[in-house]
Ligand binder design. Structure first.
Ligand code: PLP
Length: 377
């Protein structure tokens, strides 16, 4: 059997059927915008899940260059990968906490676990004692999310038994807002109060509460450090208001075929879309394997220049169909591109049509997409 060498089977990014373009300059600008918004507070960056699906390898160094010094990831593996991408001086915190038996690896990669319950605290304290080496960690207090973090009772236990923290150098106390996107949601003030209470019971340390939307709730939500993620990547952290961030993501797909439909035919799996008049449809090279949600079947829109055109029939694995009958004839040809996400087609609108959130669309983008990174100017 003869195998082709790798080089002979590469297609240029620009020539792929579907292309993700990430504007690194816009991401750097967004970091600067968020940092200036929080004044004296530190602005960290959340780059979990491969920088929200966009490429941590390209994005983390740009954030470092823009002045970011604290990075949050979800897992140990993400932290270990990130450590190779940015200087040793960068702090990397692991939100999902400690992996039992991996503390040596945390130390080797200089990763800071975020401790989410009493058991983790006891575990790390015991390790510090055994190895006669203090361990650095952050502590996460739950204030209403009920996802991760010490509950109020556990915070009280720590407060009454400070020895439980023996051997642990606490470099941060954090909590997470559940409803920051809704500016007037009563949870915001409630969580802020609960957070202040937790801070008063724990050793003094850098306090951090706000995610992207939290940054826009006002300075009394900023504390010592904020932890934006999605806003860095250009998604509007203030739904319903003008987007203060710069768009950083575009997704385009090429037309593979254009078909004239002249009778009562159907399109796609399940024959779910039936035509009642002659139409012109295009098959474009993006499907659910590339991250285009199947829930957009018969239900979503894409843009051609500044015109919105509907997705018809079911989204397939590698393609979907769009109805281009409303375009001037011959204005759109095989090989031309359609905007799935971009200036004429906000990610937020696409997510809404797909009955999901921008976060999910970004983190599910498929590996087949061509990736183009526009450099920071
Ligand atoms: C993901 C995450 C963030 C970032 O949230 P965005 O809404 O993307 O800004 C901040 N803090 C914690 C604990 C997170 O899990």
């Amino acid at each position: 059997m003869r195998l082709h060498t790798k080089a002979t089977v590469q297609v240029n990014n620009e020539d792929r059927g579907a292309i993700l373009t990430v504007d690194l300059g816009a991401i750097a600008k967004n970091y600067e915008t968020l940092r200036s918004k929080v004044g004296e507070s530190e602005c960290a960056a959340v780059v979990k899940a491969n920088a929200y699906g966009l490429g941590v390898e390209q994005i983390a160094p740009v954030l470092w260059q823009a002045g970011c010094r604290v990075f949050f990831v979800a897992t140990f593996e993400e932290g270990a990968q990130l450590r190779h991408l940015i200087p040793e001086a960068a702090e990397i915190a692991v939100l999902n906490g400690l992996v039992p038996n991996a503390i040596q690896d945390y130390n080797k990669a200089n990763l800071v676990p975020v401790l989410n319950d009493l058991a983790e605290i006891e575990n790390l304290s015991a390790i510090a004692k055994r190895t006669e080496r203090n361990q650095t960690a952050m502590i996460h207090c739950d204030t209403g999310m009920n996802r991760l973090g010490l509950d109020a009772k556990s915070v009280n236990i720590i407060s009454e038994n400070p020895k439980k923290l023996a051997g642990i150098d606490i470099c941060g106390v954090m909590s997470h807002l559940a409803c920051a996107e809704e500016q007037h949601h009563p949870y915001n003030a409630m969580q802020q109060n609960r957070f202040k209470n937790a801070l008063s019971l724990l050793p003094a340390s850098r306090a951090s509460l706000a995610n992207s939307s939290g940054v826009f709730l006002g300075s009394h939500y900023h504390f010592d450090m904020v932890r934006p993620g999605i806003a860095l990547y250009g998604v509007n952290p203030t739904p319903g208001q003008l987007n203060p961030m710069r768009e950083a993501v575009s997704i385009k797909a090429r037309a593979l075929q254009i078909r004239n439909i002249d009778s009562s035919q159907t399109v796609g799996y399940g024959a779910t879309h039936r035509f009642s008049s002659p139409r012109i449809i295009a098959t474009i090279s993006i499907g659910y394997a590339d991250g285009l949600p199947h829930s957009l079947s018969n239900n979503g829109h894409v843009a051609i220049k500044d015109k919105s055109v509907p997705i018809i029939g079911r989204v397939s694995m590698d393609t979907c169909s769009i109805d281009i009958s409303s375009l001037p004839s011959d204005s759109f040809k095989v090989g031309d591109t359609v905007t799935i996400v971009g200036q004429t087609r906000p990610l937020e609108s696409l997510a809404q049509e797909a009955n999901t959130i921008p976060y999910e669309i970004l983190t599910r983008l498929g590996p087949r997409l061509g990736h183009i990174y526009l450099p920071r100017q």
